[in-house]
Design a protein around this ligand. Structure first.
Ligand SMILES: Nc1nc2c(ncn2[C@@H]2O[C@H](COP(=O)(O)OP(=O)(O)OP(=O)(O)O)[C@@H](O)[C@H]2O)c(=O)[nH]1
Ligand SMILES: [Mg+2]
Length: 259
């Protein structure tokens, strides 16, 4: 088996982190874990370190300020790259992502995929706790993004996925700009544009039962605005017209992107 690192970004996940780490160890004893914590006031980092000390092969990267999911993954990936991991996995800390699917995701990379997405929208995938309306909203957002960007996948916003490390490097992951779950779309888009092979495996997604969600309307708007912007930019540059300047280096807020 190749070496795999699961990167778990955390902000105030004290109620979930210990159980998550134990379940990962049971379901996928061969993978290492990196918790990227943004100085959570509830002591998530200390708890993760304590569990890590007991189980081994678990590290905690402590960051000084809450800086968003995208930035946590960029730092986590850089940590994994520097240590030579072949596969880097993204996973939420809130137990929405069942650790039982971890081995399958890593296996997809071993079988040749560049990006394996744990998908709610392929046959066998499900979100048992969501209303029909919420599912339809998420589904149509994903269909829109896949269509606009030409990425062959049905669940671009899923945060449970595995990457071949070399592919992430080739896709210049350090240049991603998005902060919220637009970051997930941006990374899949970059993999597709660098001719990466994307596969999807079905997952069951469960809403968090403990701790606070960090989702917001701002994050949804950021995704919508950025996807539309990237789509327009692509179409213009395909027509041979000079492409507008790339998105600014500073994090783009929904307001700025829509302006
Ligand atoms: N390090 C770090 N982690 C974060 C930050 N924001 C969210 N996270 C973590 O990212 C993961 C996903 O966040 P959630 O709040 O579950 O967001 P979500 O899954 O999009 O939203 P829900 O569907 O409401 O759960 C969780 O493990 C969070 O603790 C952040 O600013 N920094
Ligand atoms: Mg969540």
């Amino acid at each position: 088996m190749t070496s795999a690192l699961v990167v778990v970004p955390t902000y105030e996940e004290a109620e979930n982190i210990d159980l998550l780490l134990r379940r990962i160890r049971v379901e996928a004893p061969d993978v290492d874990v990196l918790v990227v914590d943004d100085n959570s006031p509830d002591g998530t980092a200390d708890l993760a370190e304590a569990t890590g000390g007991e189980l081994g092969h678990i590290k905690v990267l402590r960051r000084a300020h809450k800086s968003g999911l995208g930035s946590a993954y960029r730092d986590g990936f850089a940590f994994g790259m520097a240590r030579g991991y072949d596969t880097l996995v993204e996973m939420d800390a809130d137990l929405s992502h069942d650790p039982a699917s971890l081995r399958t995701l890593v296996r997809e990379i071993e079988l040749g995929a560049d990006l394996a997405i744990g998908s709610r929208y392929v046959p066998g995938g499900s979100i048992p706790t969501w209303s029909v309306r919420r599912r339809a909203l998420s589904r149509s957002g994903n269909t829109y993004a896949a269509w606009v960007l030409g990425v062959p996948a049905s669940d671009l916003t899923s945060g449970y996925r595995a990457f071949r490390a070399a592919t992430l490097r080739r896709a210049n992951y350090t240049e991603t700009k998005a902060t919220g779950y637009a970051f997930q779309i941006e990374l899949a888009y970059r993999v597709a544009r660098s001719d990466g092979h994307i596969t999807e495996i079905p997952i069951e997604f469960n809403d968090r039962t403990r701790g606070q969600s960090k989702m917001s309307t701002r994050i949804t708007l950021e995704a919508l605005a950025l996807v539309t912007w990237w789509g327009i930019r692509d179409r213009l540059s395909r027509r041979g017209q000079p492409a507008p300047a790339p998105t600014p280096a500073a994090p783009v807020t929904a307001k700025q992107a829509l302006a």
